[in-house]
Design a protein around this ligand. Structure first.
Ligand SMILES: NC(=O)c1ccc[n+]([C@@H]2O[C@H](COP(=O)([O-])OP(=O)(O)OC[C@H]3O[C@@H](n4cnc5c(N)ncnc54)[C@H](O)[C@@H]3O)[C@@H](O)[C@H]2O)c1
Length: 299
């Protein structure tokens, strides 16, 4: 599936969810810290039910193993039969890149051109690939320069000279493990947009609290974002309440305002939603119809 198709599918899913047409019980964390955690993520929509069983094991790359692994099960919601089994890592990368870019294009300035991706791992690569597919000039930055270089060479993108250079782009996506703040106090410029993708669980943060206070805040889902995302610390300290944060789906559905001036800084806190996975899975099923000649598993 092309990254451009993934953006369209994820946009439709955010809108269907905002309108209450697609539903999503809260994701369940099964933790085995410090090694990592497992997540069970269900969703229902467009006549299908989905469960993603997926991991986050941050120390895995050092052992040559992926941080994110697992399976996505898709069932027919009318009779419960299993329709497809997909690789969770691939679905996650497509929908995470799609959400980062969708938020950037929805909330960024209309004249935004340059994009930067900070963290060039599996999901950073997917985000950079999606930015490039949507026609943005993209640079990468990673603490491990060879990773940024590898992805940049593959995509025909650039490598930022420094973190500060990357943070000067019109549209910024952070896709790091979230253990260290990468956007410090007074770092962002007027009119910038940041998609905060990496801090998707408890105890993680990519943006300093004081910098969050300078931004207009958006999230994918308030319940998830207030408990285990970038905003969780500020919510705990009483600095951010639900009234301060607009769900992206409501903006896309035309129910809430997005960016209101060219000078505003906008920040999107992504925790990752099962409805995004459902969107990708359904688009993959649709595309599978075009794979004539390939053997499809008869379930
Ligand atoms: N929001 C979502 O929907 C979503 C989806 C998938 C993954 N994630 C999260 O995104 C993060 C990255 O996932 P991944 O699968 O790409 O991991 P990964 O291990 O493949 O990549 C992480 C990259 O970040 C780099 N990095 C580490 N610290 C950095 C720093 N301070 N500055 C810049 N680069 C840094 C690493 O060198 C590595 O290249 C994880 O925290 C994961 O849980 C979020």
């Amino acid at each position: 599936m092309s990254p451009a198709r993934a953006v369209d599918a994820v946009r439709d899913a955010f809108i269907a969810h905002a309108r209450g047409e697609w539903t999503m019980p809260p994701k369940v964390y099964v933790t085995n810290y410090p090694a990592g955690d497992f997540r069970a993520m269900p969703a229902l929509g467009a006549g299908h039910a989905l469960l993603k069983w997926v991991t986050s094991f941050p120390g895995n790359p050092a052992r040559g193993l992926p941080t994110v692994a697992g399976l996505v099960l898709v069932s027919d919601a009318s009779n419960g039969t299993l329709r497809a089994v997909l690789d969770a890592g691939s679905v996650t990368a497509l929908r995470t890149g799609a959400a980062a870019v969708l938020a950037a294009e929805t909330l960024g300035r209309a004249d935004a051109e340059t994009a930067a991706v900070i963290g060039a791992g599996v999901n950073g690569r997917a985000t950079a690939r999606t930015f490039a597919a949507r026609g943005h000039e993209v640079v990468l930055w990673d603490v491990d320069e060879s990773r940024a270089r590898g992805v940049a060479d593959e995509l025909g993108a650039g490598v930022a000279q420094s973190l500060a250079d990357a943070l000067a782009a019109d549209l910024v996506a952070t896709v790091t493990p979230g253990h260290d703040v990468v956007i410090g106090d007074r770092t962002l410029f007027e009119g910038q947009h940041v998609s905060l993708m990496g801090a998707d669980g408890p105890g993680k943060a990519e943006m300093a609290g004081a910098e969050l206070a300078r931004a207009r805040l958006f999230c994918d889902d308030w319940k998830q974002a207030s408990h285990g995302g970038e905003l969780a610390h500020a919510v705990e300290d009483g600095l951010v309440t639900e009234a301060d944060v607009t769900p992206l789906g409501r903006v896309l559905a035309g129910e809430a305002a997005g960016r209101e001036s060219a000078a505003e800084i906008t920040a999107f806190d992504s925790t990752g939603l099962a409805i995004q996975d459902l969107a990708i899975a359904l688009a993959a099923l649709e595309a599978a119809g075009d794979l004539s000649g390939l053997p499809l598993l008869d379930l």
